[in-house]
Design a protein around this ligand. Structure first.
Ligand SMILES: NC(=O)c1ccc[n+]([C@@H]2O[C@H](COP(=O)([O-])OP(=O)(O)OC[C@H]3O[C@@H](n4cnc5c(N)ncnc54)[C@H](OP(=O)(O)O)[C@@H]3O)[C@@H](O)[C@H]2O)c1
Length: 233
């Protein structure tokens, strides 16, 4: 029991998902294509790791837990509400200082998604009170590390998620690759090479297993970009 998972990422020719190349006009133009393709998938949810969520939505704000001192809730899954569209936030240690229960974003492909925090048991107790207060759903998926299989089961069972866009970053992409659960890859290639040694790879966890995909389509985009679409063999 799992959603159909599409890895959707913007990459340089050399497979980097971050770096100076992202600040170019070419990358900006292809970012727009990336958002368009994302919307066209009409998925039920998107998923990102803690660092990407901080960069894109919470701006690194830490949760203020002072007013919840001593407030305890059982470590049980909490479904705040059913919604048409979800933001799956992979935050194993409960570090994200969310502002509310729904994503606020200019892009309609992300705006209004109801947040589901994916946690492990290794969190500060008060974080659960913080999430409940904000109206955010949460699920427990592992002791210290995220158990992707368990997470996938819960996303289907509790929220009815059928199609999930996996949108980075590199560590999170590796987590899903290792769990052998990426059904499709949607890669928007920016025609630039950026050998910045600090640039993050598409699969930053350096997974070493070989997985085979078949080319479904490839399309030339604006600014010499390319959309590569693969499905799992
Ligand atoms: N080009 C693109 O399309 C694209 C898309 C998305 C993101 N990005 C970029 O990617 C960068 C972030 O990527 P990232 O790889 O550093 O971080 P990330 O994947 O966004 O988040 C990593 C975090 O997820 C948590 N995590 C959960 N399970 C994990 C596991 N088994 N292994 C490792 N981490 C796990 C950890 O949180 P804790 O540290 O709290 O434990 C870890 O630090 C950002 O600069 C963002 O802009 C680019």
């Amino acid at each position: 029991m799992k959603p159909y998972i599409v890895l959707h990422m913007l990459i340089s020719i050399d497979g980097k998902i971050t770096g100076g190349y992202m600040n170019t006009d070419v990358a900006s133009a292809l970012c727009e294509e990336y958002y368009r393709i994302n919307r066209e998938y009409k998925a039920d949810a998107f998923a990102c790791g803690r660092i990407t969520m901080e960069g894109s939505f919470t701006q690194g704000v830490k949760p203020d837990l002072t007013s919840y001192e001593g407030v305890r809730f059982p470590r049980e899954d909490y479904i705040a509400k059913q919604h048409g569209y979800y933001a799956v936030s992979i935050d194993p240690h409960g570090r994200l200082g969310w502002y509310g229960s729904e994503i606020k974003d200019e892009d309609p492909g992300y705006d209004d998604a109801h947040i589901i925090e994916v946690l492990t048991d290794d969190i500060q107790e008060e974080y659960l009170a913080f999430l409940r207060d904000k109206g955010i759903s949460y699920i427990f998926c592992g002791k210290e590390k995220i158990d992707v299989k368990l997470m996938n089961e819960k996303l289907v069972k509790f929220f009815g998620i059928k199609k999930l866009m996996l949108e980075g970053g590199g560590l999170t992409d590796s987590l899903f690759l290792d769990a052998d659960c990426i059904d499709e890859m949607s890669l928007v290639v920016v025609p630039l090479i950026d050998v910045d040694k600090d640039g993050i790879d598409l699969f930053a966890g350096k997974s070493c297993n070989v997985q085979e995909y078949a080319l479904k389509s490839c399309e030339k985009l604006t600014a010499n970009g390319l959309w590569l679409n693969y499905v799992k063999k």
